[in-house]
Design a protein around this ligand. Structure first.
Ligand SMILES: CCCCCCCC/C=C\CCCCCCCC(=O)SCCNC(=O)CCNC(=O)[C@H](O)C(C)(C)COP(=O)(O)OP(=O)(O)OC[C@H]1O[C@@H](n2cnc3c(N)ncnc32)[C@H](O)[C@@H]1OP(=O)(O)O
Length: 218
């Protein structure tokens, strides 16, 4: 197996697949700011001990806000385009891991690192599995995203065909979690990737995956 770091393959253009492409530069900053506020709302809702009357009042307020936003709805499959370090990068605009505009997504922002990609995120109680700990499914999702993104950075976006995770230590809620991903090899359309989750430098989970590259249509 080899990893060709020098000659990234031509990127598939999502527009060729019929997807709408939205430029990151065209998104209002207020949208990400709103999503951040909604994350706070999700956490407050999940943990609230308020009286029934307060809960009912909050539900009505949320209804009002939902109606305010639902009038101008973008289609679900829209792709986000950004230029990073002089190259094009595409991801789904509402990606379940890391999309700034998706309040259900943990705000993991991945960037190129010495060997692959790296990012940090703090997961609150909305991502809980066992008491005080991050749900294992979310840990798998963080790894999937970091490993998939490592392939994207090398110009080889793909779909996860196989994903394996070893949970080494419990991952606590409310603490910065470091997520890394890297490409370890390629073989035809297969991109072999690996990733790690660490808290305070201690490995809490590690994974490997096989991504199968999406090829350009032309
Ligand atoms: C349109 C433009 C897009 C632009 C870019 C955007 C994309 C990136 C987006 C955002 C980046 C951020 C990162 C995201 C990270 C998260 C990613 C996910 O959550 S993906 C969702 C979950 N995964 C699925 O839903 C896949 C479902 N499976 C399939 O669709 C197919 O099985 C697929 C595409 C994986 C393979 O099907 P085949 O028909 O295209 O190809 P065959 O010939 O079967 O396989 C190709 C090679 O892969 C191996 N392979 C297939 N399945 C395998 C498996 N399970 N394990 C190991 N190898 C496997 C085969 O043995 C073959 O290898 P041999 O070349 O012959 O050696």
């Amino acid at each position: 197996m080899t990893v060709d770091m020098t000659a990234p393959a031509p990127l598939p253009d999502p527009a060729d697949y019929g997807f709408t492409v939205v430029a990151e530069s065209g998104l209002p900053a207020e949208h990400a700011a709103l999503a951040e506020r909604v994350r706070r709302l999700v956490d407050a809702t999940a943990h609230s001990t308020a009286d029934p009357a307060v809960l009912a009042e909050a539900a009505e307020e949320v209804d009002r806000i939902s109606a305010l936003l639902e009038g101008a709805r973008r289609e679900t499959g829209a792709m986000l385009h950004r230029r990073v370090d002089g190259r094009d990068e595409y991801t789904t605009l509402t990606n379940a891991v890391g999309a700034e505009l998706n309040p259900a997504a943990p705000p993991l922002r991945l960037a190129g690192a010495a060997e692959g990609v790296r990012g940090e995120v703090v997961l609150g109680g909305a991502y809980q599995g066992p008491p005080g700990l991050v749900h294992g499914g979310w840990i798998a999702a963080l790894l999937d995203q970091a490993m998939g993104h490592a392939a994207v950075v090398l110009g080889m976006p793909g779909l996860t065909a196989n994903l394996s995770v070893d949970y080494r230590r419990p991952t606590p809620l409310g603490r910065p979690v470091e997520v890394t991903g890297r490409v370890t090899g390629t073989e035809r359309r297969k991109v072999f990737v690996a990733g790690e989750v660490r808290v305070d430098g201690e490995l809490t989970a590690e994974g490997t995956a096989v991504m199968v590259r999406i090829l350009p249509l032309r």
